[in-house]
Design a protein around this ligand. Structure first.
Ligand code: 5GP
Length: 214
């Protein structure tokens, strides 16, 4: 099963003064490792912790990787309008909490969101300034190997994730950037180069130019 959009809630329509970055990748690409390294090198970058009904994998920490919630808790968050967007991905519910991205929207911070492709498109609709990055594995064979070696999913769940991958990769061209995760260091350097360049975009530098009366 691929993702199923059920609902999209716009959490206010304030313009983004910071940098909102959405990263997607087929499951098993190594996105989490890449993003962890990026945040080690750029400690000011915040990771938006989503809520999910998926059970935690070994090594995952509640509140750091996800907010792991029950179905009832997810429903309550939905009812209170706390999601910017949410989706069913590979059979579980995942949602971006508006509180997590408030710092980019209002306070000029840099926030990275990890969503599926539908989530990325929903975020772009709400925040056209958002920067969308797609991480792609070097090849389909490589992805299969990585998912099997990772061993965190049952064979059936590995199959669901592998079946979803071609559809996800097809949507990569809608993203602003594509980073190939062949070597971890290269992928990390690629993402950091994007963050640094985006922060220097002329539109974001306007406050610096104010003294020049331009
Ligand atoms: P995983 O279970 O491997 O951590 O994530 C499965 C998929 O759910 C990934 O494609 C990931 O990007 C996506 N995902 C994680 N959090 C969110 C979210 O808040 N919203 C959406 N739409 N997708 C998410």
């Amino acid at each position: 099963m691929t993702s199923t959009r059920r609902d999209t809630v716009v959490a206010g329509n304030a313009p983004i003064s910071g940098l909102l970055v959405v990263v997607s990748a087929p499951s098993g690409t190594g996105k989490t490792s890449v993003l962890r390294e990026v945040m080690k090198k750029r400690p000011e970058v915040r990771f938006s912790v989503s809520a999910t009904t998926r059970p935690a994998r070994e090594g995952e920490v509640d509140g750091r990787d996800y907010r792991f919630v029950s179905d009832a808790e997810f429903d309550a968050l939905l009812e209170r309008g706390e999601f910017v967007e949410w989706a069913v991905v590979h059979g579980n519910r995942y949602g971006t909490l508006s509180s997590e991205i408030a710092c980019a929207v209002e306070r000029g911070g840099v926030v990275i969101l990890d969503t599926d492709t539908a989530g990325a498109m929903a975020i772009r609709k709400m925040f056209p300034e958002a920067v969308l990055i797609f991480i792609v594995p070097p090849s389909p064979e490589d992805l299969k190997k990585r998912l099997e070696v990772r061993g965190t999913e049952s064979p059936e769940r590995v199959r669901i994730r592998l079946d979803a991958a071609p559809g996800e990769v097809k949507r990569a061209l809608r993203y602003d950037y594509i980073v190939v995760n062949d070597r971890l260091d290269d992928a990390v350097a690629g993402i950091i180069a994007i963050l640094d360049a985006e922060r220097l975009k002329s539109g974001r530098m306007k406050p610096i130019l104010e003294g020049w009366r331009v």
